[in-house]
Design a protein around this ligand. Structure first.
Ligand code: AMP
Ligand code: TRP
Length: 332
């Protein structure tokens, strides 16, 4: 069976972007057609200034949300990255495979690094090396497919480069993976700032729909979405990014096609109202199931324990093989 791996960082509350760009497809397709692992990648949440108690809380919440969204531990492996040592073990070998130049070119590093420096903060070294850890997450499992939103394309390309380079130098150890993206809503934009991605930690939450927002809040955020000065409802991501984003959301929530839906609307108001209704209904079952699961933390802990054990069993032999291939002396 095909091996799939993907992850989500507990740097903030999960958003509608995470759901449509990634999690929904893990639930509806990936876990059924493959031997898949889905991880709350908590080590990645330490690359920017963080509050320890908050990361711990958000990790549990993210894991609970993955289950609430429908990941089924009988079909796939759900676990927390830091519970499996192989990620950090392999990451070091890949640091010895990557170059500083290729990491400095990563768009996310350049953007986040520049933002931190502009705010007078120092930049953690792990922000630079983060894509190497991500490559380790993926390569440790012999992953073939990585279902992610558009923003992760460059990181998966780097992962491929590192796998090929390692294999050429030291013999074949790693499978070379490829990224897969959803057909619609691979990049959900901020409702207040539709030229930037809807991210967990934008300063102003008004443009972000969180999976745990109540129905009223979701409705209010969508009704107040920034549209464009034009009148016609047309699907044009360049000229009318706000309207295009609403059409993407509506299409993703109802299974329609954004271009075709554009023709069905005369006004922005009715488009917003239908989009708000569709998103509220889309998220309702996730929020309800989250409340049930959150009331039974013992169950979530058990799922994560089992998941980590399974993941460890899969990664350990492969990472051991990489240790031998690169020239490290095996313990006697
Ligand atoms: P992150 O929140 O950065 O850990 O992302 C987890 C997953 O959600 C990754 O596959 C991202 O590509 C995806 N994702 C995050 N934000 C968005 C967005 N605004 N639109 C589409 N996908 C997203
Ligand atoms: N970098 C990813 C993001 O920001 C999260 C991530 C870490 C990931 N490791 C991964 C995604 C491995 C897919 C596979 O969204």
């Amino acid at each position: 069976m095909k091996r799939i791996f993907s992850g989500v960082k507990p740097t903030g509350h999960l958003t509608l972007g995470n759901y449509l760009g990634a999690v929904r497809r893990w639930v509806e397709e990936d876990q059924h057609r493959s031997d898949a692992l889905f991880s709350v990648v908590d080590l990645h949440a330490l690359t920017v200034q963080h509050d320890p108690a908050r990361v711990r809380r958000l990790s549990r919440q993210a894991a609970t949300l993955l289950l609430a969204a429908g990941l089924d531990p009988r079909l796939c492996t759900v676990f927390v990255q830091s519970h499996v040592d192989e990620h950090a073990r392999l990451s070091y070998l890949l640091e010895c495979t990557a170059t500083d130049g290729e990491l400095r070119r990563m768009i996310q590093y350049r953007e986040k690094g520049a933002r931190a420096r502009a705010a007078g903060e120092s930049v953690r070294l792990s922000l630079l090396t983060y894509p190497v850890l991500m490559a380790a997450d993926i390569l440790a499992y012999g992953t073939e497919e990585v279902p992610v939103g558009d923003d992760q394309t460059q990181h998966v390309e780097l992962t491929r480069d590192l796998a090929v380079r390692f294999n050429q130098r030291y013999g074949h150890v790693f499978t070379v993976p490829k990224a897969t993206h959803p057909a619609v809503a691979a990049r959900v934009m901020d409702l207040q700032d539709p030229r930037s991605k809807m991210g967990k930690s934008h300063e102003n939450g008004a443009g972000i729909v969180y999976l745990l927002d109540d129905a009223e809040t979701v409705r209010r955020k969508i009704m107040r979405a920034v549209t464009d000065s034009g009148r016609d409802v047309a699907y044009d991501r360049e000229a009318s990014p706000g309207v295009a984003n609403l059409l993407d959301l509506l299409a993703a929530a109802t299974g329609g096609n954004p271009e075709a839906l554009a023709g069905a609307y005369e006004s922005y108001g009715s488009l917003k109202k239908d989009t708000a209704d569709a998103v509220v209904e889309l998220l309702r079952p996730v929020r309800e199931r989250h409340a049930e699961l959150a009331a039974d933390p013992g169950h979530v802990d058990q799922v994560l324990r089992d998941g980590a054990e399974r993941a460890r069993g899969m990664a350990r032999p492969l990472v051991d093989r990489a240790y031998r291939a690169i020239g490290l002396m095996p313990p006697g």
